[in-house]
Design a protein around this ligand. Structure first.
Ligand code: ARG
Length: 291
């Protein structure tokens, strides 16, 4: 395992350069069964306001998502073993930022989620990744706050992830990072308000960013590829979407985004993820693209 520090000029070289996943030519997604999922503590506004979570219903909803990903969208799924006492491990998007064979492991702001870190690091080590960890004082919440679009990364900061992590992401992946301040506590990870899609498309919730953040997004993504999502649909986690080839899967009930995506040739699969919304997560949060 390697640790990166802002003061060390490090280079990441891999003898192979690809993992079995990026070499496979078929999308592979990491998920973690919701065996121990519950809303047990409150570290975001959704959890603070949550009505009681129906854990059996959550399990059935997760299975529907799993079926949509594997049988309908045709991706492979790797499963991480759930751990009792780690209810948020189900949100594998946070586990790491993955780029080819590099996995930059999350270092959580909230102590409640920190016990997930060694579990995730071990998973990536055992599956052939070069594992990179953040310094102790730098918080970084994986692909929840860092999304690869084309040849660059849109990365959120402030609510959970520290901006200091962004230059370390570049050191680890060689990708330039565009830093976006998250200004709305309900959109506390960038993956709940922005989502890269196939063919350079990008959906985003303009209200989740300040004027400067919106200008960064608009300066990078061509206008005909940029798809704004209404505040109402973003609050239903419409931006928290899983995209596999031309299929987009997200929480049910966002008809405007569904129409906008269909008009661009995507097919949309709605899934009811009500019980995960109570924890502040939806379809994309429950997945991590490995290759
Ligand atoms: N309850 C979890 C938390 O607050 C939800 C994480 C959602 N994950 C995500 N990638 N946005 O950390």
């Amino acid at each position: 395992m390697h640790s990166i520090s802002p003061n060390i000029n490090c280079q990441w070289t891999s003898p192979v350069g690809v993992t079995p996943y990026s070499a496979k030519g078929k999308p592979t997604i990491l998920m973690c069964p919701p065996t121990y999922f519950k809303v047990e503590y409150a570290i975001n506004p959704w959890m603070e306001e949550a009505t009681p979570c129906d854990e059996d219903l959550a399990k059935r909803q997760w299975e529907q998502l799993y079926i949509a990903i594997t049988e309908q969208a045709g991706a492979d799924v790797e499963l991480m073993e759930p751990v009792e006492g780690l209810p948020d491990l189900v949100f594998t998007a946070n586990a790491a930022l993955v780029h080819h064979d590099v996995a930059v492991i999350a270092h959580y702001k909230h102590p409640e989620r920190r016990p997930e870190e060694p579990h995730c690091a071990r998973w990536f080590e055992e599956h052939g990744f070069n594992v990179v960890t953040m310094p102790e004082h730098v918080f970084f919440e994986g692909a929840g706050d860092a999304l690869i679009w084309q040849d660059r990364v849109f990365a959120g900061y402030k609510t959970r992830t520290d901006i200091a992590s962004h230059s370390l992401l570049t050191a680890a992946t060689d990708l330039p990072v565009l830093s976006l301040e998250l200004i709305n506590p309900r959109f506390y990870h960038v993956d709940v308000c922005l989502c890269p899609l196939a063919d350079g498309h990008l959906i985003y919730s303009p209200d989740a960013f300040d004027e400067y953040g919106r200008a960064v997004i608009e300066a990078n993504v061509p206008a005909d590829k940029l798809i704004p999502v209404s505040a109402e649909e973003a609050a239903r986690f419409a931006c928290n979407a899983v995209n596999i080839n031309d299929t987009v899967i997200f929480n049910q009930g966002s008809t405007q985004l569904t129409d906008d995506l269909k008009a661009r040739g995507f097919q949309v699969i709605p899934v009811d993820l009500s019980e995960f919304l109570k924890s502040g997560g939806s379809s994309k949060c429950l997945t991590l693209r490995l290759g």
